[in-house]
Design a protein around this ligand. Sequence first.
Ligand code: GLA
Length: 406
Amino acid sequence: MTTTSQRVTAWTPQEGISSAVELFTRTFGTDPAGVWASPGRVNLIGDHVDYNGGLCLPIALPHQTYVALSPAEDGRIRIVSDFEGVEVWEGRIEDIAPGGVEGWVAYAAGPAWVLREDGLDVGGFDAAITSCVPVGAGLSSSAAVECSMALGLAELAGRPFSGDDADRARLAALCTRAENLVAGAPTGGLDQAASLRAGDAHALLLDCADGAAHQVKLPFDEQGHAILAIDTHASHQLGDGQYADRRASCEEAASLLGVGSLREVADTTSVVDLDAVLDGLPEGTLRSRTRHVLTEIWRVQEFVTALEAGDIATAGRLMVESHASLRDDFEVSVAELDTVVEAAMAAGASGARMTGGGFGGSVVVVAPERQVAAIAEGVRELARRRGLPEPQVHQVRASAAGGRLR
Ligand code: GLA
């Protein structure tokens, strides 16, 4: 989703509710029936593995998308957002289908289609959407829109999704389906799981083979460490075919290796027989991309072990190795991301890596609190020297999943 507005500071829930209600009332002249919100995410480690049945470890951000909603008569839909200046889209529930809507409306309205397909009686509605999730920063502003809309529309249709994780997993899968089929982005489910299943002060260990999730307590606060999400301001675009190309390579490699997904290979081999496994593939990108996926899944396992032992130094080393693997083997990094990782490490970070799909977007950094100011200055300075856009530093904390706020 590409938009122009760039909000950077996380709103308090009260500010978010007020902004969505105010936009709703100003546009539709009534008070909404309710307000729902869902957060963006930053993935600590485990990228480009979700669609391989792998393991990811996101946290939800304090930055959320807020949706004020009311049911409307006769299947009429009006959606207002302030993504690209205030803009109202009007249509009918029957219009919401793959190929029927595009741009931000596909993300906002796609959940209505999947929920209907799933048997819910979703009718017409009025919706006002406001967000403080930085847009185009690779922090899942799209999933935040889908998940907040899905929570609200399901509840209006008489099927509230509780805080129960199995229930949330089901809704996350529906939102991923909306993104794949209505918005047409072939993404893997990490973002929606983070937005709907993450826990306050924890990272979410998501097993994409069976959808299971575990909450992993983070040792950062107690050891005086901060988490930074640094937006490179390089343009972030998954829709230009690069993401789909990487996904296709992984599927081809799995098929050549005779397995349903590369996760099966990760579970039955280890780093000592990595080369022997890769010998089963033609030389070149299929081998290097497969090497990334296998080693990244193993790194997530080691990272969780390190966090549980409170070993931030090892976790940080794994983040840097993950970045190198995404850059050299999977080829999804860009100069802006590499520059921020390099500068953050030089200024005393414990770990830094690109996060999310790549080709722009953000870097996640774990660093001692006392180094945060030096890191912020260091990344700006190196970007300036290299003629790159000025990166924006957000200090974030692992926050709770989305839900109803009013
Ligand atoms: C994007 C996609 C996710 C995931 C990441 C890479 O954020 O939406 O499904 O594949 O890229 O880990």
